[in-house]
Every structure is written in structure tokens, then in C-alpha cells.
Design a protein around this ligand. Structure first.
Ligand code: ADP
Ligand code: MG
Length: 240
């Protein structure tokens, strides 16, 4: 589904991604952990071409994606992205936010988009909030709307960058529960998170990033009980 070969990224003189190789299979849930500044966000941003990597290849569905491609918007549509800050349009209702991309990117008729948006809001448990504005809902609810909005584009992979980091602790669970449902439905997911129980319960594979490299990669039970690398152990001791 997604394959990354020898990806390298510099910001000026600073090498932020140093030869990243990564594969995500259809239906797989891969969780990325690692200290702040290790390159996790930059990796996700390179995957959907919000950042330009200087070296390396990215394949989506077996096809190499080139940065200069006119098809880039099409490729981005296949990759749903959920950020730490939800960036909902404040002047649009909840359902308006979910419908927006279907109408303006997918050219879907309004009625059909509304129907689909309602289904998605139902899926994230927010059908009763459809007609109110983002300012009136909690952070956890906003993030669930952001997930519904990303799903509206029918992505093949969902990329999450610390989706619960900006939330009050009591709101984290509802977002992770929506993500867990999504994983159980077979969605391919690449998730950066510090929520270790999510990694333990939901991930097929956990990746530990350290200073721009993938230092270690293992199924969660192995990663959390018997990490091979000293630095992984040190990190886990801090967060567990
Ligand atoms: P993480 O998400 O793991 O915290 P990031 O990918 O955000 O790490 O950052 C990795 C490194 O790249 C950090 O040293 C950060 O300061 C640097 N960095 C990130 N974005 C930029 C940018 N736009 N310009 C310069 N340096 C950046
Ligand atoms: Mg980050």
C-alpha cells in the first residue's frame, strides 16, 4: 500500500530524515513513537508531499509518486491526514466541514455529499452535532469531525500526527476509540502517538524513531516487553 525507500530530508544543514525505509501493507496499523524532534512529523509530511524530501522514493499502491507530478492532488486525496490541531473551518457547520471536500474536490452533488457526511458523522458518534458550528463543540468532538472530514475523501491510508496531543486528558479516549473502530474496519493507518495503550492494543507494528532514523521496529508485545535497543528502552521508561 505504502513503501518508502531511502528517504532523506534536510532543513538547511540539518539532516532530519536519514535514510528511512518503511512499508505499510493494506489493512495494517503502524504506530510511530519517538522523542520530540526525532522526525516523526516530517516523515508524515513527506509522505503526503507537504514537505519535499531531497532523496528517496515513495510508492503508493505500487506506483512511485513524483513530487513534481500534476497528479499530486490525486495522490493526496488517497492519503487522509489528521493533525494535532484540527483546523476546521469556523464559519461552516460541522456537516459543512465534512461536506466541503466532497463537493469541491470530488465534485459530488450537494444532496449526496450531505447523505454521506451524515453517515460519517454517525460513524464518529456526532450525528446530533451536524448543524452546529465548531466553536460549540469540545476538542475531542472537533477531532472526530476532522477524522470524518478526512474519511469523506475515501482515503486508502489514514495518517495521524499526534491526534490527541492537544486534547484535555478526559477527551483523549473518545478520539482513540474512533480510531480503534477504524482500525477494526480494516483501514490502513500510520499513526504518530504518545498513547502507548493505543499502540499496545491496536498496532500491528510499532516503529521507534530516533534522531532521523528508524532505530527499531517490532510488534507491540515485543517492543514494549523486550526492546532490543538501549535508546528504545530509555524512551519507553520515560513514557510508560
Ligand atoms: P517530531 O515530529 O518527531 O517531534 P519533527 O519532524 O517535527 O519531529 O522535527 C524534526 C526536526 O526537524 C527537529 O529538529 C525540528 O526542529 C526540525 N524541523 C521541523 N520542521 C522544520 C522546518 N520547517 N524548518 C526547519 N527545521 C525544521
Ligand atoms: Mg511532531
Amino acid at each position: 500500500m505504502l513503501k518508502i525507500e531511502h528517504l532523506k530530508k534536510w532543513f538547511g544543514d540539518l539532516e532530519v530524515l536519514k535514510d528511512i525505509n518503511l512499508e505499510v501493507k493494506r489493512g495494517e496499523v503502524v504506530v510511530i513513537i519517538g522523542a520530540s524532534g526525532s522526525g516523526k512529523s516530517t516523515l508524515l509530511r513527506c509522505i503526503n508531499f507537504l514537505e519535499k524530501a531531497q532523496k528517496g522514493k515513495i510508492y503508493v499502491n505500487g506506483k512511485q509518486v513524483r513530487q513534481q507530478e500534476k497528479q499530486l492532488n490525486k495522490v493526496r486525496q488517497g492519503l487522509g491526514m489528521v493533525f494535532q490541531h484540527f483546523n476546521l473551518f469556523p464559519h461552516m457547520t460541522v456537516i459543512g466541514n465534512v461536506m466541503e471536500g466532497m463537493i469541491h474536490v470530488k465534485n459530488m452533488p450537494k444532496e449526496k455529499a450531505r447523505e454521506k457526511a451524515l453517515e460519517l458523522l454517525e460513524q464518529v458518534g456526532l450525528s446530533d452535532k451536524a448543524d452546529i458550528y465548531p466553536a460549540m463543540i469540545s476538542g475531542g468532538q472537533k477531532q472526530r469531525v476532522a477524522i470524518a472530514r478526512a474519511l469523506a475523501m475515501e482515503p486508502e491510508i489514514m495518517l495521524f500526527d499526534e491526534p490527541t496531543s492537544a486534547l484535555d486528558p478526559e477527551l483523549v479516549g473518545e478520539v482513540l476509540s474512533v480510531m480503534t473502530d477504524l482500525a477494526n474496519k480494516g483501514m490502513t493507518m500510520l499513526v504518530v502517538t504518545h498513547e502507548m495503550w493505543f499502540a499496545k492494543e491496536v498496532a500491528d507494528r510499532v516503529i521507534f524513531m530516533d534522531d532521523g532514523i528508524i532505530l527499531e521496529e517490532a510488534p507491540p508485545e515485543e517492543m514494549f516487553s523486550a526492546p532490543k535497543e538501549e535508546r528504545t528502552l530509555a524512551f519507553l521508561k520515560q513514557v510508560l
